[in-house]
Design a protein around this ligand. Structure first.
Ligand code: PLP
Length: 425
């Protein structure tokens, strides 16, 4: 069978099943085209994408500006490695550093690589700047975290499915409860070996857990008091997803057009991925100021593809789209509308117990046990009704459409969701 031959959904699923490792459990829908907030399956059925590739497609599918940047750079120069300079990387580093207000950027490809990079920077900073004795550095992480899939990262996961039988694990991590300042202070107190605190501003994979108002700012203040780096993993929450340019931004009005504010919390180390690429090409990054980033010297860290010219062109275009189209503002407005409409539904619902989230990163909790298949069945019915979403953990369904959605489209989606939920009441 020629690879380019048109497949039916069934054939495509069978191919993946037979020739691909079974490391995912996808919803049975086979997509072959995307544009803006829509995707189409191989049989031509149209759906609203309510996952956005786990928040990587914030700018919408196949955004022409991002696709143009990618294709024209691909036809000019695609990869040099960092053995040589290229004429795009420096431009991108300046653009993104100024955009997020940091001195420097270290380019990587995937979110997990960027998290690994941040952990390495933090450890090196601990030995060279803080003065922690060699191999003694510890990094505080949160329970129910999700930071990716490498061996070190799953070493501090508490998801048994992600962890079991992948040991031995990497040492040097202390796990505390999320959204718990007392636990953070206890972990920091009397432990001079703590180098950093790695945190998701909202725990996305865990089920869109939004911490208490002020948690991040107070956690940052504690980190400052104990001379510990505050490392924000904004791979999922960043790039306008939560109604702000970054979820660590406060509710204020800064000079940046669609980010409302002087950062509420300015991380010492910022980790970005997913939508930094506009969903077009893997791009991730770690940003920090010179006092921290200067611990990285030639040979300490790298990646053949990290900082390649296509990635640089794509990321600049992706960030420009966020500003040009006021995506943070749109995510903020639509998120308020989405939660208020769903809350109206929930008032009389037996099947949904709550909706939570910020901007267009939201989740509903299904009134059933975590190991029930109700959430999965609801996602199957949503699919049949023209909207694609996926359960995160058992009884939680995440709703994260592209941020280029209009109000009319969002209301249409709310109608699909509520109609579908009614089938399960
Ligand atoms: N960090 C967070 C907060 C994430 O949500 C994810 C992916 O979902 C990652 C890191 C890992 O990103 P990637 O899948 O690109 O390695």
């Amino acid at each position: 069978m020629a690879v380019i031959e048109q497949l039916t959904s069934q054939q495509a699923i069978e191919l993946e099943d037979k020739y691909g490792a079974h490391n995912y459990h996808p919803l049975p829908v086979v997509l072959s085209r995307g544009e803006g907030v829509y995707v189409w399956d191989v049989e031509g059925k149209k759906y609203f994408d309510f996952l956005s590739a786990y928040s990587a497609v914030n700018q919408g599918h196949c955004h022409p500006k991002i696709v143009n940047a990618m294709t024209s750079q691909a036809q000019t120069l695609s990869l040099t490695s960092r053995a040589f300079y290229n004429d795009m990387l420096g431009r991108y580093e300046k653009f993104a550093s100024e955009y997020f207000n940091f001195d420097k950027l270290l380019p990587m490809n995937t979110g997990a690589e960027a998290v690994e990079t941040a952990l390495k920077i933090c450890r090196k900073w601990a030995y060279e700047k803080k003065g922690i004795a060699e191999n003694q550095a510890e990094i505080i992480v949160c329970e129910n975290n999700f930071h990716g899939r490498t061996t070190t990262i799953i070493s501090f996961s508490n998801d048994p499915v992600a962890r079991k039988n992948f040991g031995p694990y990497t040492d040097g991590f202390i796990k505390i409860a999320y959204d718990n300042l007392e636990a953070l202070e206890t972990a920091l107190k009397n432990n001079p070996n703590v180098a950093g605190f790695l945190v998701e501003p909202i725990q996305g994979e865990a089920g869109v857990y939004v911490p208490t108002e002020g948690y991040l700012a107070k956690a940052k203040a504690l980190c400052e008091a104990y001379n510990v780096l505050f490392i924000a993993d904004e791979v999922q929450t960043g790039i306008a997803r939560t109604g702000r340019l970054l979820a660590t931004c406060g509710n204020c009005s800064c000079e940046k057009k669609n980010c409302s504010g002087t950062p509420d919390v300015k991380p010492d180390v910022l980790i970005l991925g997913k939508a930094l690429s506009g969903g077009a090409y893997p791009v991730s990054a770690v940003l920090a100021n010179d006092d921290i980033m200067s611990v990285i010297r030639p040979g300490n860290h790298g990646s053949t593809f990290g900082g390649n010219p296509i990635a640089a062109a794509v990321a600049m275009a992706a960030l420009e789209v966020v500003e040009d189209e006021s995506l943070a503002e749109n995510a903020f407005q639509l998120g308020e509308l989405f939660r208020s409409e769903l809350n109206k539904y929930i008032e009389t619902s037996k099947i949904v117990s709550l909706v939570r989230g910020r901007g267009l990163l939201n989740a509903i909790v299904i009134n059933d046990s975590e190991d029930s298949d109700t959430a999965w069945n609801i996602c199957m019915a949503l699919r049949d009704n023209g909207l694609l979403a996926k359960p995160t953990h058992g009884n939680i369904i995440r709703f994260a459409p592209p941020l280029v959605m209009t109000k009319e489209q969002l209301l249409e989606c709310v109608a699909i969701i509520t109609k579908t939920l009614k089938e399960f009441e």
